[in-house]
Design a protein around this ligand. Structure first.
Ligand code: GLN
Length: 208
């Protein structure tokens, strides 16, 4: 049992699958729809769905600025598919601003429309073998990753589909739809690290 709480942005998209996966792993997880629900989390997932809808709802629910500020302050955040689009610096064909937290440029629907879903076994060096079986659904491609961004996985043709920038993660695919827990584990580990850091800072501030 990991002593962290992960919030899953639950305004649209497949947040329930992420929450189920985290619960299966024994990790506390809850829906985030209100700014106050960001207060006690150690990590956040922005799920797949429709990035135009999610960015619109971020404004309606007053979540854009609090999430951006938390990401800036080091809260581990992982965006899957539409979530990766929301985290990116720039995204093609997006009708409103995204969070711009990660130094990546993404191309929405880079593989075509709905029919263009596919699966691929990805070698993820940070995890080691076996390959990560990845499901892509109307996925974005990461066209550019800045100097501070580590590329975690590429398609066989070299296209970037998973990246990490400090405590921020983005994947073009949907690890919540396959049984492999390694990306969820990575986020939980980053969340645990942050929680420990905050506790020791809190103890130092309290003179303990
Ligand atoms: N095509 C969607 C978008 O652009 C993302 C699809 C997904 O999250 N599965 O937002």
């Amino acid at each position: 049992m990991t002593d962290v709480k992960i919030g899953v942005l639950a305004v649209q998209g497949d947040f329930a699958e992420h929450i189920d996966r985290l619960h299966e792993m024994g990790i506390e997880a809850g829906e985030v729809r209100l700014p106050a629900q960001l207060d006690d989390i150690d990590g956040l997932i922005i799920p797949g769905g429709e990035s135009t809808t999610i960015t619109r709802l971020l404004d309606i629910y007053d979540l854009r600025e609090p999430i951006r500020a938390l990401g800036d302050a080091g809260l581990p955040i992982w965006g899957t598919c539409a979530g990766a689009i929301v985290l990116a610096k720039t995204a093609s064909d997006l009708d409103r601003p995204n969070l711009g937290l990660m130094d990546i440029d993404v191309r929405r629907n880079a593989f075509g429309r709905q029919v263009d879903s596919f699966e691929e076994d990805l070698a993820v060096e940070a995890f080691g073998p076996p390959a990560f079986h990845a499901v892509f659904i109307r996925a974005p491609l990461i066209d550019r990753a800045g100097a501070a961004v580590d590329v975690l996985a590429r398609l066989p043709d070299g296209g970037i589909v998973a990246v990490r920038q400090g405590s921020l993660l983005a994947t073009s695919f949907h690890p919540e739809l396959t049984p492999d827990p390694r990306f969820h584990r990575l986020l939980a580990d980053l969340a645990a690290e942050r929680r420990r850091g905050r506790r020791s800072r809190g103890a130092a501030a309290a003179g303990g």
